[in-house]
Design a protein around this ligand. Structure first.
Ligand code: BTN
Length: 251
């Protein structure tokens, strides 16, 4: 690990676990965990995805880890900036690997072209009105070649770059990208984060098809606001605001 780097200064590597996010949550109950602690697993028996879904990953093929943050100075109403900066850290890491077309699919996916390469699950622990800790779970598809029923919608770095990669090397580099963006967040550089986030947002300022209550609609993304809601423009120039579970992208 690079000296001075906080992310990864405490590193726990496990072969098999239910979920690295759950592992960190348990650790937090029993002992002091340093900000920047990272837990990786080669395989998860109960990997968790967004909105109560499961995250399955072939054993030993991908990067599965959770990162602990303690962003106590971050106002609760700014918590979506955690998601924004994590997504930006991953996109800049992919750009360094010379992967073109990496974008952020609101709210928490990283896509390359029309396929998902990485999923993010952020679990916040509140104490009163304060963000006490935050477990950032990241599943990055590295060497997996076959995604079964998701073959048309998922991809991996190996499929994109045409070569096998070493997950440990990738972890070091990804953590340093994430840390660089975290420092910007800690320094209150919200405008810069917002600008970069929208520049890398899938379908930003483009007409695209979404599904709302089983109906397809054509809308333009005009903003992801500080609360993390998606602001869309209708054909009549009106603005509609959607929360996370209220709409689906048609890609
Ligand atoms: C999603 O796209 O639905 C989010 C997927 C997040 C998966 C990662 S893998 C490491 C960490 N541990 C989990 O149980 N989930 C996250």
């Amino acid at each position: 690990m690079i000296d001075r780097q906080i992310f990864g200064r405490q590193l726990i590597e496990i072969d098999e676990v239910d979920s690295t996010n759950m592992y960190v949550q348990d650790l937090l109950k029993n002992q002091k965990v340093l900000e920047g602690a990272v837990i990786t697993a080669k395989f998860q028996t109960h990997g968790r995805g967004q909105m109560g879904t499961s995250w399955y990953s072939e054993p030993g093929q991908n990067l599965l880890f959770s990162l602990l943050l303690t962003p106590s100075a971050l106002q609760l109403e700014m918590q979506f900036y955690l998601s924004k900066y994590i997504a930006l850290g991953i996109v800049s890491f992919l750009q360094e690997l010379e992967i073109k077309n990496a974008t952020i699919k609101w709210p928490n996916d990283i896509y390359v072209g029309d396929r998902k390469v990485c999923g993010i699950l952020i679990e916040n622990n509140l104490r009163g009105y304060r963000l006490e800790s935050c477990v950032v779970g990241i599943g990055l598809n590295v060497n997996q070649l076959d995604f079964g029923v998701y073959d048309d919608s998922a991809t991996s770095l190996r499929l994109l770059l045409g070569k096998k990669l070493n997950s440990n090397d990738l972890l070091k580099s990804l953590l340093s990208h994430l840390e660089r963006w975290y420092i910007k967040l800690k320094n209150g550089e919200y405008q810069l984060i917002d600008k970069a986030y929208h520049q890398n947002l899938l379908f930003f300022q483009k007409w695209a098809t979404f599904e709302v209550k089983e109906k397809r609609i054509l809308r333009k993304i005009i903003q992801v606001n500080s609360l993390g809601s998606l602001c869309l423009e209708t054909r009549n120039g009106e603005t509609e605001i959607y929360g996370m579970k209220e709409l689906k992208f048609i890609i």
